[in-house]
Design a protein around this ligand. Structure first.
Ligand code: TYM
Length: 326
C-alpha cells in the first residue's frame, strides 16, 4: 500500500508553547505513530527570516526546536526530522511556484496583513512570499496531510491553489494538501484576547515552564467576580485547557460554575497542576537530550540527507516539466 506523506514545521523563533504543542505537535505525534503515514517534520528556520530576528538567536533556536521535537516524542526512527535550510530545494521550488501566484492574492491574505500590522517597518518580499515557501515545504515531498493549528488554514488554501495551478499548467502530480486537526487546534491566549502566540507577551505558557510559573500565569487569566451565567472569555479559556489536560473533570467544574459556587482559584490551580503534569515527561526528556550533543547532531545530519533525497527528485521533475531541463 502506498503510504500517505505528512509534512509539518514550526518556526525557529524560540521555545515552544502550549499552542504549538496542542495545535501541531500532538497531531505530528499521532500521525508518526500511525503506520499508514510517512512523516517528515522540519524546523522552519528559513521562515524565521520573514520577521525581525537576531542571527545568534536563530542559530540557537533552529537546533532547540529539534530538541523540543525529540523531547515531545518525535522519533527519528519513525519520522524524518530536519532543518528546512539544509534542503535548498524548498527555496528553489518556492521560486518556481511564485510564477503561478499573483501579488494581489498574497497581499490579501489575513496572515500577511496581520504581520504587516505587527511589524510595519518590515513588510518585506520574504514576508509576502511566506505562504509560497510553505507550499513548497509541503509539496516538495508531495505531502497530502499537514498537522497544524487552525490559524494555518489560509496558508494551506494557497498550497492547494498552487498544486492545482501547477498540475493544470505543467502536468505535475501534486496532491492538494489538507490540514490534520487536533482537539487543540486553537489555543486561546492567557490574556483573554486572541490566540496564544510567541509574539504576544503574557499570552503563552512555555513547554519548559515549571509548576510555579504555570500557576502564576494561569492565575493571571482574567475571570469574573462570581460564577454562573454567560461565561466570560477568560473562564472559557480555563475550561478549554481543562478539556485538554483533564477532560474527566469538565462536567464537575461546569456544574459548580452553573450553580454559581465555583471558586475560580480552585479551577485555576487544578488546571495549572494538570498542565504541569502533562509536561513533565517532556521536560525530563529534554534535560537528558541537552546532555547528548552527539546524538542530536546525528539526528540533524541524517534527517537532512533523507529529506534531500526526496526533495531533489521533485525539483528535477518540476524543472523538466517547466522547460528548464533539455
Ligand atoms: P508557527 O511557528 O507560527 O506555529 C507552529 C505550529 O503551532 C501552531 N500554533 C497553534 N495552534 C493552536 N493554537 C495556537 N494558539 C497556536 N499557535 C501556534 C500553528 O498552527 C503551527 O501548526 N507557517 C508555520 C510554519 C511552517 C509550516 C510549513 C507548517 C512553515 N512551513 C509547512 C506546516 C507545513 C507556522 O506558522 O509556524
Amino acid at each position: 500500500m502506498v503510504k500517505h506523506r505528512v509534512l509539518s514545521g514550526i518556526r525557529a523563533t524560540g521555545r515552544l508553547h502550549l499552542g504549538n504543542y496542542f495545535g501541531a505537535v500532538k497531531g505530528m505525534l499521532a500521525l508518526q505513530n500511525d503506520p499508514d503515514y510517512e512523516t517528515l517534520y522540519m524546523v522552519a528556520d528559513v521562515h524565521t527570516l520573514t520577521t525581525p530576528y537576531t542571527i545568534e538567536e536563530l542559530r540557537k533556536n533552529r537546533r532547540e526546536v529539534i530538541l523540543d521535537y525529540l523531547a515531545a516524542g518525535l522519533d527519528p526512527k519513525k519520522s524524518i526530522l530536519f532543518q528546512q535550510a539544509e534542503v535548498n530545494e524548498h527555496i528553489e521550488l518556492a521560486f518556481y511556484f511564485s510564477s503561478v501566484v499573483t501579488i494581489a492574492k498574497m497581499q490579501h491574505l489575513p496572515t500577511f496583513k496581520d504581520k504587516v500590522k505587527q511589524y510595519p517597518e518590515h513588510a518585506t518580499m520574504a514576508l509576502l512570499n511566506y505562504p509560497i515557501l510553505m507550499a513548497a515545504d509541503i509539496l516538495v515531498y508531495k505531502a497530502s496531510l499537514v498537522p497544524v493549528g487552525i490559524d494555518q488554514e489560509p496558508h494551506l488554501e494557497v498550497a492547494r491553489e498552487i498544486a492545482r495551478r501547477m498540475n493544470q499548467d505543467y502536468g505535475t502530480d501534486f496532491p492538494e494538501p489538507k490540514r490534520f486537526a487536533t482537539k487543540g487546534e486553537y489555543i486561546p491566549s492567557l490574556t483573554g484576547e486572541g490566540k496564544m502566540s510567541k509574539s504576544v507577551e503574557g499570552s503563552y505558557i512555555n513547554l519548559t515552564d515549571d509548576l510555579e510559573t504555570i500557576r502564576k500565569k494561569i492565575r493571571s487569566v482574567p475571570t469574573a467576580t462570581t460564577a454562573g451565567g454567560e461565561m466570560p472569555v477568560g473562564v472559557k479559556t480555563l475550561f478549554a485547557f481543562l478539556n485538554l489536560v483533564d477532560p474527566g473533570l469538565v462536567e464537575k467544574f461546569q456544574k459548580t460554575y452553573d450553580a454559581g459556587t465555583l471558586k475560580f482559584v480552585e479551577l485555576k490551580d487544578h488546571v495549572a497542576e494538570a498542565i504541569s503534569k502533562e509536561l513533565q515527561p517532556f521536560q525530563q526528556k529534554r534535560k537528558e537530550l541537552e546532555e547528548d550533543t552527539a546524538y542530536v547532531d546525528r539526528v540533524i545530519a541524517e534527517g537532512a540527507e533523507k529529506a534531500r533525497a526526496i526533495a531533489q527528485k521533485t525539483v528535477k521533475e518540476v524543472r523538466e516539466k517547466m522547460g528548464l531541463l533539455s
